[in-house]
Design a protein. Sequence first.
Length: 460
Amino acid sequence: MTRRVLAPLLGLLLVTNVLVARPEVASAAVYSGYVMAYFTESPQRTANNYGLHLAVSSDSLNWTPLNRNDPVVTPTQGTMGLRDPFIVRKQDGTFVILATDLNGTDFTQNNQFIHVWDSVDLRAFTGYRRLRMHTMNTHTWAPEAFWDPGRGQYGITYSAHNGVRDVTMVNYTTDFVTVGAPQVYFDPGFNVLDATMHSNGGTHYLYYKNLADGTIRGARSSSLNPASFNGGTYTSAIGGQGTEAPIVVKTIDQNQWYLWVDSFSPVNGKFNAFQSTNVNGNAWTAMNRRDYNQPLSSKHASIQPITATEMSNLVARWGTPTWNRLKSYNFPDRYVRHANNVARIDVYPFDPYPDQQWRIVPGLADPAGVSFQSVNFPDRYLRHFNFAVVLNPNDNTAVFRADATFYPVAGWAGSTWTSFRSFNFPDRYLRHANNVLRIDSISASSSTVDKQDATFRIVF
């Protein structure tokens, strides 16, 4: 097996093509990647942060958080927190950010307002304000916006209870400063939540959560007018109970569609992704978690295509994390973490969430290799001891440095993934067994399971 040079951890492979999709895009533009907006939560609430977070991706599947996964802007009015941020690209190419005005998880709070920011390129945020959308005694959740060319206006949609049931409302605006009167936009006759829209050619698609069973469904219409989607549900249930916050993404360079859905509870707070080559059909297939990776602790996101210049400017402005995570190949919902100083893989999400964050530094025994430094215990590194992998303080002895050094090589189970060969036991590799990490001998004649156990992906 040959050594390989690790690709830059950012992994922003840019491709160029033309996207003709979301109705708010005035004309075809050259896009190369995507930006995601989200807030953060974790099971024991240690990651809870209700500011605007951003991440970037070249493929809309694997994401690099910006600003160390800290917020880039935080509300200063209303509840002083946001949920469900949505990025709108206006007709002039600049952006507006909309968000629910809610700080925390008390969903009994009613609020008639949403948060709004303007931004030229998502490197600075100006004109912060709250827009009053209605006078009803109800919530104003998950705001989104679309461009309606027939009206020459943007429609701002959101979830609210109209006195009969939970529906999708709409207010029209030209400037996101003043809005028209609220109208019911989508009411299929049962309670719905979290509507999101995407257009392709002359057909418009609205995906939503059916509150009766907690699953995602899609509606379609040839019109963007209010009530035009009411009888147009065309998909069966997508995702299991307890899913919400659908995101529909068309890839830039091919007829490939992705549907992201979130989990209602932060205890089970992970995205699930589905794919289709025919958004007009009832054919969404669940994706393997090997193929996508959400930003750490991210919740209820939105995704917008961006140009190469916009992406590079975002990375330059906000920076990328100094830490990484390691995803298991054969258990791709699990990540390497330390617990009671033992290295193991556990199902994401979990707390303390920093237990899965590692600074991958030059090898303590050989800078051509790597060592794994704990983020929340920075004096400690992963090392093997009697072939078990543990987290120990660095005593700077030759033995410790050797035990804590590994060479990244092409993954035993997949060449685009990574395996880690021990510095001082070069026939042995980092692997998990019964969820606990150790180093074992792995060779070409090893079993498929052994090879998969010894394969990981470096992610954020």
